[in-house]
Design a protein around this ligand. Sequence first.
Ligand SMILES: Cc1ncc(C[n+]2csc(CCOP(=O)(O)OP(=O)(O)O)c2C)c(N)n1
Ligand SMILES: [Mg+2]
Length: 336
Amino acid sequence: MLGVGYNKDKILKKIRAANYLTVAQLFLRQNFLLEKELEFDDIKPRLLGHWGTCPGINLAYNCLKTYDENIDVVIGPGHGFPALQANLFIDGELEAVDSKATRDENGIAYVCKNFSWPGGYPSHASPMTPHVICEGGELGYALATSYGFCLGNPEKTVACLIGDGEFETATALASMNLNKLFSGTRNGNVLPILHLNGYKISAPTIAGRKSDREISELIRGFGFTPLFVRATNEDAELALNYAVDDFKNALDEAYSIFRSIKHGEKMNPPFIIMKTDKGLTGPEELDGLKIRGNFKAHQIPLLNAKTDEKELKVLNTWMKSYRFNELFDKEKGFTL
Ligand SMILES: Cc1ncc(C[n+]2csc(CCOP(=O)(O)OP(=O)(O)O)c2C)c(N)n1
Ligand SMILES: [Mg+2]
């Protein structure tokens, strides 16, 4: 039954585990369980990848999959691959196609070390990723893909995460009109989720500069019912706590609208606006410059962690904040 297994504690733990493994993939070549304080030697020689979008992916993915185990999730920001990979690994989907990705200490080492590593995994989602057919990284097609996926499949529900930078591409914006060509009874349910983290690479997004009211009216103008999820509290753990509740309410509402539409009622389909700080749960600042909630969270926030004592310390504190030792046991595996 939809929403019945929506256990907030479990979801928050899964998000913490996914965030930890995301950061571990980005930075570590050894000492993956943080059994001792990080040293320069533990850090990958070349730091490549994207952090900023990942905590939002981890939040959405775990709320969606827990609410509806049959939901399909399409992720526009393919640069958030370490987040997707972390979830596929935790849920055992990666192991199903790659026997080295065992859900134990060796598997953690394998997945983390091989992220963005010669001969290993790429830095973006790719056909090596379960369920992924396209090379990730080109923004804009997620929403059109989701509508195509649901054509003639009334039993499908697909959630589609769209970055707010992606939302500025011609393709994504034009795809906002596709709901007008969609039959609520003959086709599946498309649930778009705008990830409003305010930034794209090195600049603010247009949507990030709009008020909630302007965004709501824009989304309403495209023929959707806007629903907000907010992970905006100053305290990162509290932000996630509130957001997981908001997600439950938004999904209750979204599925109720889908049901009404299936019964022939004329209603505007749901559209979730998920507001998060970019790089939520990551370091807040470095040398007086803001990272969390700023463009500096986009790629690798501590680029000198391999050579700079201070950055290494910040990374150590950051990784410890997820208390991964409470979520994974060497003998028992994941205790989520
Ligand atoms: C079509 C296209 N244009 C440009 C890029 C380069 N690019 C990579 S990430 C990114 C920013 C994405 O911002 P957003 O969608 O807001 O994702 P976020 O990382 O903020 O979650 C851009 C423009 C791309 N990948 N695809
Ligand atoms: Mg963004």
